[in-house]
Design a protein around this ligand. Structure first.
Ligand SMILES: [Mn+2]
Length: 272
């Protein structure tokens, strides 16, 4: 096989060097089942390792059903993303959900309905309903989109945890003193000076959503927090790579992103 493939195996061994159970965090999959299988083949989690998905398993890509089924069957942990949130709102009650239904369909939900042949089983709906908005893992804190910097957690809703962008990304002080917030949701390369495939770090947070579905990127990311390694597969070709976290991440200049994304205009619309 090709050198790239051998390289993948080589790096996998480095990643598995320690005996310690690994904490693996995976960004938004968006129905890209083949890319997910390739990624997990590289990461090769064993039964000791803990695998976490940051939400948005569904929509945009063609195989939402397969992705959800796979995550459920493997008993991996998953957070609620705004796309699962939209699905639940859209399918909740016909009379109140037309706006949500149309919004969801236009945001990639059409591909999900096609994948499910218009019939999402109750088991999957119940599973979506059971997903937590955030997970506290001690030194790291996982959430799909972020938190509002000005409110305590108990005053925030799933809409904030699943959708927030500007207020969160322009924080000048970390939300937690002793925890790094790890998110998906916002495409990293929409921040200034971040290239497709790179991760983005701000004040107390790290965004690993590299946009597997996006024509400008195609990278799907898994972060091995234990070994500080980033595993990535490319959905548009057969490329894959493993990079030390510090080499994969761009530290954002908060003044610069505040100019790109002024706070006061941010909370008015829902960016689906
Ligand atoms: Mn999202």
């Amino acid at each position: 096989m090709s050198g790239i493939r051998e390289g993948c195996v080589f790096f996998r061994k480095i990643g598995k060097k320690t005996q310690e159970a690994r904490r693996i965090i995976i960004g938004d999959v968006h129905g890209s089942f083949q890319a997910l299988l390739r990624l997990l083949n590289r990461v090769a989690p064993d039964s000791k390792d803990e695998v976490y998905f940051l939400g948005d398993l569904i929509d945009r890509g063609e195989q939402s059903l397969e992705v959800v089924d796979f995550v459920i069957k493997n008993n991996y942990q998953c957070l609620l993303g705004n796309h699962e949130y939209m699905l639940l709102k859209a399918l909740a009650r016909k009379e109140v959900s037309e706006k949500w239904f149309n919004g969801w369909i236009e945001s990639g939900g059409a591909a999900t309905l096609l994948s499910y042949n218009n019939n999402i089983p109750a088991e999957h709906i119940n599973w979506f309903q059971s997903l937590p908005a955030y997970l506290d893992l001690g030194d790291i804190w996982l959430v799909h989109a972020g938190v509002h910097p000005e409110y305590p957690l108990e005053q925030q809703t799933n809409e904030q945890f699943c959708w927030i962008r500007n207020e969160f990304h322009t924080m000048t002080q970390p939300y937690f003193k002793d925890k790094l917030i790890i998110t998906g949701h916002t495409l990293t390369f929409t921040f200034p000076d971040v290239k497709p495939g790179q991760l983005a770090r701000g004040s107390g947070w790290l965004d690993i959503e590299t946009g597997v579905y996006h024509p400008q990127s195609g990278w799907l990311t898994a972060l091995d927090w234990t070994n500080q390694l980033v595993y990535q597969v490319q959905n548009q070709n057969k490329n894959c790579r493993t990079i030390p976290l510090e080499k994969a991440v761009v530290n954002l200049d908060i003044d610069k992103i505040s100019r790109y994304f002024p706070r006061e205009s941010s909370s008015k619309s829902l960016n689906l």
